[in-house]
Ligand binder design. Sequence first.
Ligand SMILES: [Zn+2]
Ligand SMILES: [Zn+2]
Length: 527
Amino acid sequence: MLCFLCHQQFGITDQDITVYQSMGVPPPTHCPDCRHLRHLVFRNERKLFLNKSHLSGKTIVSTYPSSSPFKIIDKDEWWSDSFDASIYGRDFDFNKPFFQQFKELQREVPRWARMYINCENSDYTNNSAGTKNSYLTFSSYDSENLYYCMRVIRCNMCIDCLNVKDSQYCSQCVECKKCYGTHYSQLSDGCSDSYFLYDCRNCKNCIFCAQIRNKEYMIFNKQYSKEKFEKEKEKFLKKLFEDKKTLAKEFENLKKQLFHKNLRIINSENCTGDFINDSKNITNGFYVTEAEDCVNVYDCSKIKNCYDNTANDKSELCLECDTSYELYNAKFCSYTVTSENVSYCDQCVNANNCFGCVGLHHAEFMILNKKYTKEDYEILLAKIKKHMEKTCEWGKPFPSTLSSYPYNVTVANEYCPLTREQALEQGYLWHDDDACAQGNNDQALTCEKSGKSYKIIPQELKFYETFKLPTPRISPDERYKELLSLQPPKKLTDSICSHCAKNIKTVYTADSGYKVLCRKCYLDTVY
Ligand SMILES: [Zn+2]
Ligand SMILES: [Zn+2]
């Protein structure tokens, strides 16, 4: 098949066709990468703005800027019993395409400002659940005292971390778990009191080390005595204040000398993709945990029989859903939670048997936010299906122009940036003033990279003082970009093993300068 959007070839297997048929939709016209990018257009993860609630007029922290044409309300107002989006319900108009009617409804129904569940004192966060005392932290769960973190789970006191789990007192770490007092490190597990580690396990007091296991007092993979190590560490910390850039460059060079594992698939069977754990039968999955029988899934956990999903957790039988959890038999839904038999829903919670609805909670048998009996719902849905087949909308996900976010605040812009003109020409919204909310802005510093103002909060300052680390000279946004650049792309390419020359799939492109090994050679030479 030729992708309708990027015109690249992509494959559809017999198994895919069977799945689409069983879900009652035609096979996709876009390649998996374009399908994933469409999901990201619907996601604003980390841009926050001060806005005014459409209902109460109070100032709120929101993922929507005040220039948004949507009606934005506070999370508490959205969840309150008095908020009932069924008052915006309307008849289905068979003289209009469905997506047009959906867009009209979407502009009427007030939207929640951000995702925030069971959190405390974490006003400047989004997509967070069970977080306490955290600031500018996103998509993170069950944690305390996180600052500028993304996808950090069960952690305490971490700064500038990305995809970190079960760790404490870490900063600028990516893909690490069970670490303590570890900084500027990647892919490390069970390490403590260390700096610039890469792919290390159970190491302590190490600096600039890679692919070592159960070691202590090592620098550049070389053994030191405790006394000598402490002296060298003093020198290292001094250098860190004077010229961190050169140290970071040395670390990059170190990584290029290593042999890397082609894909990180752990405790899983019959899977392709990267960063897959405890899963079975996953095709093209990235950052997937405890999943089974899924295809093209990204940042998902505990899902089964899901096709083309991004950031969907604890769900089953889902097609083209993003930013959701606890869905069963759902198609083309966005920001929809704990719902069954739903299609084309946006910001719905506890909705069962709903179609084309926005902003509902505790709803059943509704179409365009209007309530029907079970029988009428089924009759109307069959008619709508025929109508949408005629308008060529049936089985197609929401067009990306139905995203409620300006393109430049979405995750898509991180991977595929557009200029203002390009975005507007393609029908997206755009937000002109990109100053994001960061609370009280006294003592603002100027970012050395972007020239924008940012601040260091007292908790952060204390952390740097305790660990004798320099305070950052670049803004949280630029720091996040640096962390992101450490992640390999979420796309498989063909390569050959640097050791046995076997054909392999990997996420490292030829121009990354990384030497890549097949699983067997990696286990033989590194592990
Ligand atoms: Zn494509
Ligand atoms: Zn090999």
